[in-house]
Design a protein around this ligand. Sequence first.
Ligand SMILES: NC(=O)c1ccc[n+]([C@@H]2O[C@H](COP(=O)([O-])OP(=O)(O)OC[C@H]3O[C@@H](n4cnc5c(N)ncnc54)[C@H](OP(=O)(O)O)[C@@H]3O)[C@@H](O)[C@H]2O)c1
Length: 303
Amino acid sequence: MSSYASADRRSTFSIVMGYSYTIQKRFTGPERKNRKTIVMDLGLKNKVMMVAASSKGLGFGIARQAALEGAMLSLGSRNQKNINEAADQIRQEVPDATVFASTLDVADPVSIERWMKNTIEELGTIDGLVVNGGGPPPGTFDEIDDSRWLAGYENTLMSAVRLIREVLPEMRRKQSGSILTITSSSIKEPIDNLLLSNVFRSGVTSLVKSLSFQVAPENIRINNLVPGLFDTERLKELDLRNSGEWRLSLENVRKINFDRIPMGRYGDPDEFGKAAVFLLSEAASYVTGETFIIDGGKMRTVW
Ligand SMILES: NC(=O)c1ccc[n+]([C@@H]2O[C@H](COP(=O)([O-])OP(=O)(O)OC[C@H]3O[C@@H](n4cnc5c(N)ncnc54)[C@H](OP(=O)(O)O)[C@@H]3O)[C@@H](O)[C@H]2O)c1
C-alpha cells in the first residue's frame, strides 16, 4: 500500500482536492496547529459503484477509494484471477465492504451486458459507473492499418458507448446516477506515437459533453477525468518502450518525465481515486459535462 493510501484511512473525504491542501500550506510552521480539516460527507455509503478495468492501476485506485467511502462495488476486468485478487485486497482493507467481482472485457458487447445484468442481480441497482479500459496500443499514422483503426474504435470509443448505454435504463428508472469516463491527456495535447488514443479519446470526451445535455434533466451526471502520468503498469510499459527507443535507462526516462511535472513525481492511483469518487458522489451534485485534469500541474494549457 502506498504512503498516500495509508495516510488517509476511511474518513469521509475532507476537501483534500485543493482546499485542505491550500490551508495546510498556509499554516506550515508554528501556526500549523491552527490548521482546520474540513470534512465533507460524500454520501457514497451503500451506493453501488461499477468500476470497469479495476483489477489494477487507476481503476483499482478508484475502487479502493470508493470502498473506503462505504460504497458497494462491482469490479470487472478480463482476467478472473486478477479481479478476484483485487476484490480480496479491498475486502481485507475494508472488512465491511461489499464487493462483487466478475470477468469483463470492455471490447465485447456481450461481456458488458452480462456484467450489468449480474451487478443488478447481485447488488440490486447501479448508482455510478466508471468507464475505463486498457490503453490503445502505440503507433504512428504510417504504422496503423485499417484493422488497427477498427480495433481502436471498438476498444476505446465503442466500449464507452456500450458501457454507458447499458447503465442508462437503471439510472433513468431511478432518475439518478453518475458516470465518469477515464481518458488521457492526449485529448488536450496529442501524444507522439499514441495516435489511436489521441483520436478515439477525443471522441469519448465529446460524447461525454454531448450526452451531459441530454441526461442532466434526468438527474444523471457525466464527467471525464484525465490522468497525467500515474505510477501504474501501463506507465511502466510506456517508460520501458521509451527507454529502448531513446537508449536511456528506465531511471533516466522517469527522471525526464519527473522534470516535466511541476510536482516532480508521478501520481499515485489513490490520488486519482480520490478525485474520481468526489465526482461520482453527491458532493458533486451540480457538476456535469466537464473534463478535469489530474496531472500534478504538467499540462500547460490555461483551459
Ligand atoms: N497510468 C497513466 O499514467 C495513464 C495516463 C493516461 C491514460 N491512462 C489510461 O487509463 C487507463 C487505465 O490505465 P492504467 O494505468 O490503470 O493501466 P493498468 O495499470 O495497465 O491497468 C489496466 C487495467 O485494465 C484492465 N483491462 C485491460 N483491458 C481490458 C478490457 N478490454 N476489458 C476490461 N478490463 C481491461 C486490466 O485488467 P485485466 O488485464 O485483468 O483485463 C487492468 O485492471 C488506460 O486506458 C490508460 O491508457 C493511464
